[in-house]
Design a protein around this ligand. Structure first.
Ligand code: IPD
Length: 264
């Protein structure tokens, strides 16, 4: 398995998919349906972009599996699975806020975030033409710049978070935010988890905490953070997942973990 070749393919596909998303955004976006909650939307563009990505992967790597936000899962024979969010930040996209991304990861093993090993990743932000990419063991990169996570200054950590679509979880999300606020200089809720993680990798954010992510939201971004020297975990002793994702430098990660899981 050539991780670099997989990264190159993920980058090429993400770039083509991002161009399509941007073109469709320019033509006007319609909400196609709601999903898990009224706030959880899908646009025709999400579906079209995922189909393009799925098609390109099937042409280039017919034996690989697929796990996508909009079109579901298909097991492959090779042991590799492509984990895809065609438009991460769909609500931003629908509102015309240019902070959205195509997120593509290639993972080895069971297509389960608790068990897979990420091999390669691409997170592409079409509106600003930024391509974040990584391979396991090969570092995380933005163009020719190798990425490294940051340490907070004396002013505190610039942190990002998000709120799940399910209103029943909001009180817990806000309580957690209150617990991490003492280590923050400020908080961002930018609306695209893959970019939150890419920005942690790039040192544009010091840390990130969110409950409720799906595998395609964090698969690529988590590899970026790890390859940039950071730590990404979920619940205590677990990898990132639906119940928790915490990403930061090792020392900030410890401080955040303490605050996220200790309620008094
Ligand atoms: C969402 C975004 C958002 C996060 C949500 C995700 P989507 O992904 O990443 O920032 O807070 O949990 O579901 O729905 O735009 O692909």
């Amino acid at each position: 398995m050539d991780a670099r070749a997989l990264e190159d393919l993920a980058v090429d596909i993400a770039r083509e998919a991002g161009a399509l998303a941007r073109r469709r955004r320019g033509e006007g976006v319609a909400i196609a349906a709601t999903k898990s909650a009224l706030a959880d939307i899908v646009t025709e563009a999400d579906r079209e972009v995922e189909l393009l990505i799925r098609d390109r992967i099937a042409q280039a790597r017919p034996d690989d599996g697929f796990l996508g936000e909009e079109s579901g899962a298909e097991r492959g024979a090779s042991g590799l699975t492509w984990v895809v969010d065609p438009i991460d930040g769909t609500v931003n996209y629908a509102y015309g806020i240019p902070h959205y991304a195509v997120s593509i990861a290639v993972v080895d093993g069971e297509p389960d975030p608790q068990r897979w090993e990420a091999v390669a990743a691409a997170v592409f932000s079409p509106a600003v033409d930024e391509m974040f990419r990584a391979t396991a063991g090969g570092g995380a990169w933005l163009g020719d710049a190798r990425l490294a996570v940051s340490e907070p200054s004396d002013a505190g950590a610039l942190l990002a978070t998000g709120f799940g679509y399910d209103p029943a979880t909001h009180a817990g999300d806000l309580a957690r935010l209150g617990r991490i606020m003492p280590v923050a200089r400020d908080i961002r809720r930018a609306g695209a988890a893959s970019l939150d993680l890419a920005y942690v990798a790039a040192g544009r954010l010091d840390g990130y905490v969110e409950r409720g992510l799906q595998p395609w939201d964090h698969a690529a971004g988590a590899l970026l953070v790890a390859e940039a020297g950071g730590v990404v975990t979920g619940m205590p002793g677990e990898r990132p997942g639906r119940t928790m994702t915490i990403a930061a430098s090792s020392s900030l990660h410890s401080r955040l973990t303490e605050r996220v899981f200790h309620e008094s």
